[in-house]
Each structure stands twice: as structure tokens, then as C-alpha cells.
Design a protein around this ligand. Sequence first.
Ligand SMILES: [Zn+2]
Length: 358
Amino acid sequence: MKNRILFLITVLSALVGLQAQKVEDTKVILITLDGFRWQELFAGADSLLIGNEDYVHDVGMLKENFWRETPEERRQVLLPFIWDQVEKMGQIHGNRRLGSKVDLTNSMWFSYPGYNEILTGTADDKNIRSNDKIPNPNLTILERFNKTPEGKGRVAAFGSWDVFPYIINEERSGVPVNAGFEAASGNLNEREQFLNQLQKQIPSPWGSVRLDAFTHHYALEYMKKEHPSLIYISYGETDDFAHDGDYQAYLKSAHNTDALIKELWEFTQQDDFYRDQTVFLITTDHGRGTEPLDTWRSHGSQVNGAGQVWFVVFGKEVTPLGEVAQEEQLYSNQIAPTILQHMGIPLPMGIKGAPMKL
Ligand SMILES: [Zn+2]
């Protein structure tokens, strides 16, 4: 009898320990690339666009950089971190040519509804119908995490687009959001001070979106100083260069973002707080068109295929499946519940997406 009780206590404390370890130790880095197509993720530069002078200033240079004979070579040269390293250690979902599908469940197929779906786990076509700067009535996982005792003050968001303070409802949620052309504030290190200076001196091509290097380095410096357990980083260039019809800049930006993500991964692997404890989840807020050709520039419910997205995951406790080559159907609303589950936070009532097994 005594033995049995002892055994039970051992099992119970092991279970409690396991749970406690998950909650305290798992860190999550959620990343989005605005409007980056699955077509380029899985096949690299598009043969119909890379030689098209309507969309490319310097065809020779662009082809030298990103054109290769096979889709496998093209994607590797476009996104070397994803296809050299992430493919070996993580999962890459959404290659529809192989049967792996990832779709939005919102029917808008533009940014605010996409980010709301990714960050809350539930599409809200009734309330989120524009990109206007309206405080989000829905709770993001960032806000939910900030409400837990272990998450309080351990969460942050960085975005290139100036609507993120509203999508994350910075005011209500208390989640610090640095987005648009906002400078870093607080107790700044030398690099942050320099970034603040450069941000004023390097004009962005756009009115509401800054260049991603600023978003990236503000986030990285913040991680070094504050060590948030949950951080969201939203890169924006890909969407805006596509709207501009600049395929050359769209590809270069995707290539650059791949290197920025590699830098984040390498930072986490040499930092005691993050090393071996961190999961990276990367996705996009919407797809773009392919047919007619010019619809590659745009998205929205009128654009065929703009609801098709993709999803990449790697890091702590992620099974290395590589490029998923079997029939599956995933949805963007599964990302938020998957993160909550991975961090040991109970799923809220009414959340639409089902958590994925990673
Ligand atoms: Zn857009």
C-alpha cells in the first residue's frame, strides 16, 4: 500500500513537473511576412515575372541572383535559411502542389483580418472588415499571455505597419507594440539610439510602413535586454513592394527577411534564456493572385488564391518533418491555439482554430 502511494506521488509530481516546465520554459517567436506568396516559398522566383520588364528594372541582375533551372534550386537560392536549415529541423506546410494546404478562414484576404485571425485564433468577418485604425475588440494571444501571472510583462510586439497598435489593442492589452515609424523608448542602448537616429534619416518608400531592418533590430535589441517569452515580429516590405509592382524588390526583400530570421535563430541559440527552449512559427496574413498575371500585385476577396497561405515551424519539441508532402488541410486560425497549448496556457472558450500537433 505504502509503495503504491509512493508510486502515485512520484507519477503525480512528474506530471506536475512536466506541466510546470512547459509553462515556464517554452518561449515563442511568432513571425509574419506580409503577403508573401506560397508560390515563391516553394518554387522560388516565378518564371512569368522574373523576366518581365513591367515588374523588374534589371532582369539580368535579378536572374543572376535568383533564377535557376529547377524550383528546388530557385527556392534554395531565394530563401537559403528556410531551405538549408529549417527544412532539416522543422516543418514547412502549404505546398499545394504536394497536397499540403494552408488557408485563411476569414473571407477578406487582406491584412487586418489576417492578423486578427493569426493572433486570436478566430476570424471575425463581422467586425474586422477594413484596415482602418480601429482598436481590436478581440483578444490576441499576446494579450491573453500578458494576463497570466507568468506572462505579465513578458510579451512584446514589433511591426513595420503602423496599424499594429490597434490590431493588438495596445491600450487595453498593455502589450508594448513598436510599429510604424515609432522610435524605441525607455532605457536605450547605443544600438537603439542609433536606430532611432537612422529611422529618421532613411526615408521609407511608404507612408504607413517602415523598412523591415528597423523592425527587426528594434525587436532583436529588445530580446537581448528584456527577454520576452512571447514575441511577435511582423515584417511588411514584401506586401508593399508587391503592391508597387516591383518584383525585383519583392524578391530581394524576401531573401533579406530569410537572413533576418536566421539572425534571430542564431541569437536565440547562443542566449541562455532562449537556447533549446524556443519555438519559431512563421506565416503570412494573406496570399496574392497569379491569374491574371497582374494580380500577383494584389489580394482581397476578389483575387483568386489570395486566401492561400503557408506555415513554417521549428525549434523546441517540433518534429522535423521537413517539407510536408502529404494531403493535409491547415488553417491560419490554428496558429494562436497551437502557441497557447505549447506554452501551457488553457485554450479560451469559443476559440475557433484547433491546436496543431507539432
Ligand atoms: Zn496588401
